[in-house]
Design a protein around this ligand. Sequence first.
Ligand code: NAD
Length: 494
Amino acid sequence: MTTTLWHERAAAQQIDGRAFIGGQRVWAKSEQRFDNLSPIDGRNLGAVARCDGADVDAAVAAARAAFDDGRWAGKSPAQRKRVLIKFADLVQQHGAELALLETLDMGKPIKYSQSVDVGATANTLRWYGEAIDKIYDEIAPTAANSLALITREPVGVVAAIVPWNYPMIMAAWKIAPALAAGNSVVLKPSEKSPLTALRLADIALEAGIPPGVFNVLPGFGHEAGAALALHMDVDCIGFTGSTRTGKQILQMAGQSNLKRAWTELGGKSANIVCADCPDLDAAVASAIGAIYFNQGESCNAPSRLFVEESIKERFLEKALAMMPDFQPGDPLDEATVMGAIVDATQLKTVMGYIEAGKNDGAKLLSGGRQARGESGGFYVEPTLFDQVDSSMTIAREEIFGPVLSVLSFTDVREAVRQANATPYGLQAAVWTSDISKAIQTARALRAGTVHVNQYDGDDITVPFGGYKQSGNGRDKSLHAFDKYTELKTTWIQI
Ligand code: NAD
């Protein structure tokens, strides 16, 4: 579609910011609303319900009633599968609208909203739908005069709280396994990007998810989010967001009803390129592509690049040649690969880190400035710092923006030591032709995912989550069912 057509569609796009509770669109009980500004141009997209504790009570009550009467949990896996697959099909049918909303709300390029975000959301719903009627329960090898069944049951009412960087995908990673397993769900999207989650609720109803089973509450973290985390009738909370908020979620879960609490948190991922890397061009393209994808607003962005000293000059030459490809552009232009930063606050955070890098003595090789000021939106150039050392703020803290820090090493064991010297442990990579070095390094890296000679391997079939302060759970794969199911043992005397 042409850029003009996307802009025409954007101007005509209806925005419904009401919450979705018990199968209906409703405003917050308090009548409070907040403005939803687009990062593309600062335009107000419309009012969104500012849900608080009263709305959380209503949504949890609707979810509980739906769970207790078995309108969803009581369906067979095959029946739930059919509905989830229809849900996935409808997501694809509404793909252009969902992609547009995602781009308007969050600032990512329309090219990726269509190909990545809509695609992965539909795929996730379809995959968990397809999986649920292929899982068998167990019989324990107990004494001959007894039978002990080990079965999985839904936890009950699941709260899902998600961030703004991949609004639909993060929601799908929670709701797909939770719904497939028979739970009722209350989803709170980020206040920065609530629109696609709300449309997903309409589409779920159309697909046949019964009213009350899937509720969506837009609102702020300290209001709707905290009320969910503290709620005495929520059985489980699946949280994705910052490590700081994740710690609060675990505290609130503990101080309320000890609800099961799963956290998927921040990262400061290390990408280690050794001199015997099998394909330097591929390593450069991967390092640059992965850090600037989604404007650097990815939890697993390889924001620390360790390059072996002897190849660093060649590596940087190639990297600098790629920088023009990543200049920010109009997110509604299908040629754009770098869009807008989500809002003015995040823009200020990113610019603050760039200043910190300069002040700490890192060498700014490229970028470092705001861009597209005439648009009224929030854009930052792809930024590359060399001569970074591990003590600098930009090497220690998660920036969540298009900023790459290059560090050098002469001994891979030292690179691993520095790579691990962070509270985070989400993802890492090593590039080498030496199979022993690759495996030893992959084993030594304390991260939930380690890549060898690539960075972008991704599939719904593999677990995604972190070591250390990157969280305690795993999204994706069959392992995600562990979060949203209880194991029950039933002893039978025979
Ligand atoms: P955030 O922690 O500020 O907010 C995440 C969600 O929590 C939002 O919906 C927010 O409204 C809510 N929230 C905030 N305060 C709350 C509170 N006191 N109680 C309950 N809910 C509260 O994070 P963010 O800025 O939206 O997202 C960026 C972070 O998410 C980064 O750290 C990134 O690494 C992380 N992230 C992690 C993964 C992963 O899978 N590990 C994926 C995507 C993003």
